[in-house]
Design a protein around this ligand. Structure first.
Ligand SMILES: *Cc1c(COP(=O)(O)O)cnc(C)c1O
Length: 385
């Protein structure tokens, strides 16, 4: 296919049309290159491969054709020049962060970022005298005030995964550019279907492909996407946490159905968020797709859709809400999200003596999910009397 005609394709078409060369007996998808190394029959060919000749492979920790196909798919969907895939979201995040800092630097990170990412900044990087400031991220002024002369990185995650707070991508990218600061956005919540931070001038996007992208709760993985220049600066060959071919194949299978899955997730979450607003004891529903979300306008501006993490605050104790969670039939109790199965987590809200419930809505029928939640709420309300 001509690349000029490909550029106009919709993302749902891109997701099922990966490019691989046609030398595999017409196999509809590329067979998995399940090998650690590539060999050459002459020293001349070997030397030219070692010299970085295109389409040549040496060793799968550096480059593997199966992993490369997934990388090209993700780069296309995010609107980036290049992608690199890793063994987990955290491997992608730590490798991306390490490529932007040196001793004596300062990092600004948003408060509600994924906690292991915060831990990496807060404890590991501190050993190398890399300082940080955590800011809410909902106000551009807070971010601006946190900038120091030695700030080298602004690390973001929008929306965040419990309160679904947003950062203004355009404003953050232009502020950072003026100050000479690199920007990284964790785009796991929205997926490339619903948000493309690179188009606002963000330097690197990171993903936990473990979540929606692979989509079946069976493959840990991560990705970093950006310009060729950014991706080539990643120290991935020596940090050594590159994705393996089998996982790349499983993840690609997820990518092919990502557009249809995300539509279903969005429809279900929209129904559920509206339903939850009418439930007694629910104080606030947190979901950027709701007009009542304080950043709904920004969400409409920078996102093309909303995925299926919905949280709500109740005036009931964490103990009661954990019992409530136990009584759900369709929700399993667990961390993570992005698979086919609905999940629930309950946290305490010490400031308000209530509790926060986060629902991850899987691919079950929304009517069944609403009826499951209704039954559990009714039991609670009866008990409460
Ligand atoms: C899960 C998650 C990560 C980390 O990904 P792993 O694949 O578990 O390493 C990073 N960011 C967000 C928002 C996540 O939900």
């Amino acid at each position: 296919m001509q690349s000029s005609s490909r550029d106009s394709l919709k993302k749902s078409t891109e997701a099922v049309h990966e490019e691989h060369d046609a030398k595999h007996y017409g196999a509809v998808k590329m067979p998995i290159y399940q090998n650690s190394l590539f060999t050459y029959s002459s020293y001349k060919q070997f030397i030219s491969a070692m010299g970085g000749q295109p389409d040549t492979y040496i060793y799968s920790r550096v480059n593997n054709p199966t992993v490369n196909v997934l990388e090209q798919m993700l780069a296309k969907l995010e609107g980036g020049e290049q992608a690199r895939c890793f063994t987990s979201g955290m491997a992608a995040i730590s490798t991306a962060i390490l490529s932007t800092v040196k001793t004596g630097d300062h990092v600004i990170c948003i408060d509600h970022a994924y906690s292991p990412a915060k831990h990496f900044l807060n404890s590991y990087l501190k050993r190398f005298e890399i300082e940080n400031t955590f800011v809410s991220g909902t106000s551009i002024t807070d971010i601006e005030l946190a900038i120091r002369e030695n700030t080298s990185l602004l690390y973001m995650e929008t929306p965040t995964s419990y309160f679904h707070e947003l950062q203004d991508l355009q404003a953050c990218a232009s502020l950072a550019k003026r100050a000479g600061i690199i920007t990284i956005v964790d785009n796991t919540w929205a997926t490339p279907m619903f948000q493309n931070p690179l188009k606002y001038g963000i330097d690197m996007v990171v993903h936990s492909t473990t979540k929606y992208i692979s989509g079946h709760s069976d493959a840990l993985g991560g990705a970093v996407i950006g310009s060729k220049e950014m991706i080539q600066k990643l120290e991935y060959t020596s940090l050594g946490s590159i994705m393996t071919p089998q996982i790349a194949d499983l993840t690609m299978r997820g990518v092919r159905t990502l557009p249809v899955r995300m539509k279903t997730h969005q429809d279900t979450a929209n129904k559920l968020a509206h339903f939850l607003q009418s439930v007694p004891h629910v104080r606030t529903v947190y979901y950027p797709g709701l007009p009542s979300h304080p950043q709904h306008e920004l969400a409409l501006r920078q996102m093309q859709g909303f995925s299926s993490l919905v949280s709500f605050e109740t005036d009931l104790s964490i103990d009661l809400m954990q019992e409530w969670a136990d009584s759900l039939r369709l929700f399993r109790i667990g961390v993570s999200w992005g698979g086919y199965e609905s999940l629930v987590t309950v946290l305490s809200m010490p400031e308000s003596s209530g509790s926060l419930v986060r629902l991850y809505l899987g691919l079950e029928d929304p009517e069944d999910i609403i009826s499951d939640l209704t039954t559990a709420f009714n039991k609670l309300i009866l008990r409460d009397r």
